[in-house]
Design a binder for this molecule. Sequence first.
Ligand SMILES: NC(=O)c1ccc[n+]([C@@H]2O[C@H](COP(=O)([O-])OP(=O)(O)OC[C@H]3O[C@@H](n4cnc5c(N)ncnc54)[C@H](OP(=O)(O)O)[C@@H]3O)[C@@H](O)[C@H]2O)c1
Length: 742
Amino acid sequence: MLGLEGQARSELGCDMLEKAMLSYRYFIIIIILDVQGVLNTVSPVPDRKMASGYTIPVFGLGTAAMGDKTYDAVLSALTAGYRMIDTAQAYWHSEESIGRAIRDSGIPREDIFIISKLSPRHFGRDLTSRSVDVSLRKLGTDFIDLFLIHNIHCSDYFQCTPDEPKATWEVAWKAMEELHRQGKLRSLGVSNFYPPLLEKLVAMAEVPVSLVQNWFDPFYRDEATREYCEDHGIVYQGYSTFGTQWMYMRQGQDRNPVFTNPFLLQLSETLDTPAHVANIVLRWALQKGVVVIPRSVNAEHIRNNLKVLDLELSEKTVSGIDNNLASVGIGVNGEPFLDDATWNRIMGNLNAESHDDDLTRLRAATKEQRKEKHSGQTESIDVVNREDETVFIGSDGGRMYALDGVNGHVKWTFTSEEDLGSTAAFSPDQSVLYFGSENSFMYALRVRDGQVVWTVETGPVRSSCVVGWDGTVYVGTLDNQIYAIRPDGMVKWSRDLGGEIWGRPAIGSGGRLVYVGVMAENTDNAFALDSQTGNLVWSFRAGGSNWSSPVLSPDGRCVLFSCRDSHIYTLLTDTGHLVSTFDVGEEHDGIDSTPAVASDGTLFVGTNGGSVLAIDIERGKLKWEKKLRGEILSSPALDNEGNLYIGTSDGQVLKLKQKDGSTVWQVPAGDAVMSSPKLDAHGRVFVGSNSGFVFAINDETGQVIWQVETEGPVVASPLITAHHQYNYTLYRHSGEDTKDEL
Ligand SMILES: NC(=O)c1ccc[n+]([C@@H]2O[C@H](COP(=O)([O-])OP(=O)(O)OC[C@H]3O[C@@H](n4cnc5c(N)ncnc54)[C@H](OP(=O)(O)O)[C@@H]3O)[C@@H](O)[C@H]2O)c1
C-alpha cells in the first residue's frame, strides 16, 4: 500500500492523486497511513436525521477566516473523508473556494452536505432571496443542504452600516421558508440563538427548525439551548469547540485554553488509547449529542480530527471532563458571565509542565464551584416592545428625542444642560440608549421611556459612542480621554490619548481592539487599544489630525483613518502597519466626513472642499468625484440598491448613485447638514439639520414625510430601532454536581 501510494504520487503528482482518490466513490472505509506508517481505519461519518427529513453528518469542516487557504483545506478534508462543510456568506471568499474545491474533488454534489449562513446584512424578503442566489452561484450548486440565519445582530463583524439590517430576522426567516419551498434550501436553521429567541422562532416557523449552531466548548456548554433543542427535535451543532472564542475575547491571550488545559492533557496521555486533546474534545462533544465542525487548514490536523470517529470515551471520562473543567453561565444573548475567578479558572496560569499542581488547584476550584452552585433560575430583567420604529436623535439645544418613525410624534425627550452632538448607540439587546453630552456626562437611558439607567461623569463628549458585543460602551471626550464603560455604568478603563476625540471609536479584530483617532498633529494620532484593558496595542502618526471616525475594510483586515491633511491611511488592524496612503489632493482641504465603505471595497467620502469622492482604495484609484456646494462634514449612508445619501454645509440632503455620483434627488434642509442620513427598512431617510429640524424623507421621491423642530442645531445622526420585539429573559446556567473523580 505504501509502495502503491508512493508510485502513484510520483506518476500523477499530489493534486491529481487527490482527485483520483476522491473520484473513487466508495469511501465507506478510508484507509489512511499515518506518519509512522501504521494503518488506521476511519469509520464512515454517521448521520443524524433532522426535522426536515434530511440527514446531516455529525462531523464536518469549519471554514471561518480561512481566506485563501479555504480551497486547499476543503480539498484535503474531502480527500480525508469529510462530507460536511460549514461556510457562511460572511466568510471572505469562502463560498466560491468551497464550490471550486467540491467541483475539483470529483465527488458527486449529492454526497456532500453544505451549510451556509445568511448574513444579517441580507435580512429582507427580496434581499435574502437574492443573497441566496449569489451563494448558490458561488457554491456552484442549485441547492444548499442547510441554511442558517448567522446572527440576528448586524455587528461590525458583518461590516454592517448603522442603518443595517434593513429588515428583521423574522422577515429573513419567512424568506428562507419560501426558498425552502422552491427547493433552493433543503433544511433551515439558525446560529447564535438562545432559548428565548428560539421559542419565538419555533412558534412562528412553518418550515421546521432543523438545527441550531452555537458556540460550544468544554467551558461553554450551552446547556439551556441544548436542552431546548433536545425537547424540540432540533439538532444542536457546536462551533469553536476548540475554545477559539476565548482567544478572540481577550487580546494578548494567544494560548488556547482547551489545548493547554492540564486536565485534558493528562487525559490525552492516560486514556487506554492515547489521543490528542483535539480528538478528546470532539469525542466528548459527539457523545453529548453535539454535531461538530472543527476548523483546520493543516492537512495533518484535518486527517487527525477525523480519527475522532474511532475513539470512544467511557461515561466516566465524559462526566470527568464535565466535572473537572470550569463551566460559565450564559446570558440570554449567549454572553458568558465572566468574573475574574471564572476567567482564571478557564485561562488561568495553567502551565502544561506542572499538571499535578494545576490539577490540585482545579479540584479546589471545582469544589468551590459546587458551593456556588446556581439553581437554574430565570430572572426577567426587562421587556422591550419594539413593534414600532423609533428614531433617537440629540439636538444642540441639549435634548435627546425619541420620535415615532412613522409620523415624527415625540415619544419622549430627555434634557441635559449642554449640547447633545453625540450620536447615540444601543446596548446589544436594544433596551438601553447611550450618548454623551458636552456637560461632561455619559448617559444610559431606557429605550422604551427615556428613564435614566445611569450617568457617568467623563469629560465633554462630542464623539459618538460604540458598543462592543459584551455591552461595553466606548466613547471619546474633548479632554483627550477614551472611556470603556461597562453595561452597569462602571468605568472599566480610561486612557489619555493626547488629543481631543471627535470621531466615533471603531471595534475590530473580533472585538479585541478599539481604534480611535485624535485631533493631534506631529505626534501619534491613530491608536489601537486592547478593548478589555485599554492597553496600547499600536499607534500611528498620520500627517494630519483625525476629526472623522476610523472605519474598517470589508474583510476586517484594515482600518482606515481619513485625516485633515487630505490623506486616507490604510493600516493593518492587528499591527498598525501602513498598507497604503491615498492622497485626495490639497484642493480638498482635508477630510472631516467619516467615509462609508461598500462591500466591494469602494470608499465613499466627503471632503472639506465640498466634493464626494468614490475611491477604489485597494488599487489606489479615484473612481469619480462629484463637486457639490459647501463643505461636507456629514458622512455618507449607503443602501443595497447602489445609492448613497449625504448632507452638505450649504443645506442640502442628496441621494446620489454610487456608480457615478449622479443625483437622484436633492432636498433643502434650511441650514447646514452635518448630521449623517440614516435609512430604515420602510423607505424612509432620516437626517438632522443646523436649522434645528429633523426630517424624514421618502427615499423614492425625495418628498419630506415629516419634520420636527428641536431647540437647537441637530448635528448628531439619527439612530433607529430595529423593527422587532422579543422578551428579554436572563437565563442562568444550572450548575451540575461536581465530583472529584479522575
Ligand atoms: N455561527 C457562528 O457564528 C460561528 C462562529 C464561529 C465559528 N463558526 C464555525 O465553526 C467552525 C469552527 O470554529 P472556529 O473556526 O472558531 O475554530 P475551532 O474549530 O474552535 O478551532 C480552530 C483552531 O484549532 C486548530 N486546530 C484544529 N485542529 C487541530 C489539531 N488537531 N491540533 C491542533 N490544533 C488544531 C486550528 O489550527 P490549524 O488550522 O493550524 O489546524 C485553528 O487554530 C468555524 O470555522 C465556522 O465554520 C461559526
